[in-house]
Design a binder for this molecule. Structure first.
Ligand code: ADP
Ligand code: MG
Length: 238
């Protein structure tokens, strides 16, 4: 069994059949990208995995356990979103420490852990700053630190770089990948940007309206798009 398995996942919102039978296997430590145009169901699949949405049909396994009906908390999954969802009235330290405080971890543990993750994301010197004093890219690093400080089993990244300008974005792509490899954490990254998917992923799962059109390494998908949709979306016209 793979570390993560989605088995025949369907999701309906009323009459809208948003996920139409998703079967996906993800190995431990893999960096997987869900790539596809806007509205095809990428965020919905992440939300089903994290427990923010229920599935209409199908099962989800994580580390051999059927988590389909688990609460978000029981799943131990960390998330970073496109919008920096930091608390504006808290410092970087307080933002990153927040989840651990909720868990009532010891003060000394929290202090050490917060320093450790801020070091990993390269923001140690910003520990006492407020979000508004940071750039967009720095805020996303804080969001990343806040997710990894909880030591999640899986890190979900939903278009975390979409609001960041092109130059910084490339740096952050490389940096996120380095951090993921350093922590050996399993990551599911969502983007509509083909180039970003190519640069970052071990495996790309190309989405087309609620279904997976093609899965493979960036090289495989680029060299051998199996459908016209894949060819067009990857920007490789035959
Ligand atoms: P993506 O992340 O690929 O852009 P989403 O998963 O956000 O796509 O959305 C897929 C489809 O599901 C869209 O048509 C969207 O309007 C619809 N959708 C998402 N969430 C809801 C909801 N809570 N209620 C109704 N429709 C929704
Ligand atoms: Mg989305």
């Amino acid at each position: 069994m793979s570390y993560i398995e989605f088995k025949n996942i369907h999701k309906r919102f009323g009459d809208a059949h948003v996920l139409r039978g998703i079967d996906l296997h993800i190995e431990q430590g893999e960096f997987v990208t869900l790539l596809g145009p806007s509205g095809c169901g990428k965020s919905t699949l992440l939300r089903c995995f994290s427990g923010l949405e229920t599935v209409s049909e199908g099962e989800i396994y994580l580390d051999g356990v059927n988590i389909t009906n688990f609460t978000p908390k029981q799943r131990k999954i960390g998330m970073v979103f496109q919008q920096y969802s930091l608390f504006p009235n808290m410092t970087v330290r307080q933002n990153v420490a927040f989840g651990l405080q909720i868990q009532k971890k010891e003060k000394s543990y929290i202090e050490e852990k917060v320093k450790e993750v801020l070091d990993i994301v390269g923001l140690s010197e910003k520990i006492n700053q407020y979000p508004r004093q940071l750039s967009g890219g720095q805020q996303q690093r804080v969001a990343l630190a806040r997710a990894i400080v909880m030591e999640p089993k899986v890190l979900l990244l939903d278009e975390p770089l979409s609001a960041i300008d092109a130059l910084l974005r490339r740096n952050l792509q490389i940096e996120i990948r380095k951090i993921q490899q350093k922590l050996k954490i399993t990551a599911i990254f969502v983007t509509h940007d083909q180039e970003e998917a190519m640069v970052m992923s071990d495996t790309i799962h190309l989405f087309n309206v609620g279904q997976i059109e093609q899965s493979g390494s960036p090289e495989e998908i680029y060299a051998c798009p199996k459908t016209k949709f894949a060819a067009n979306f990857i920007g490789h016209y035959n």
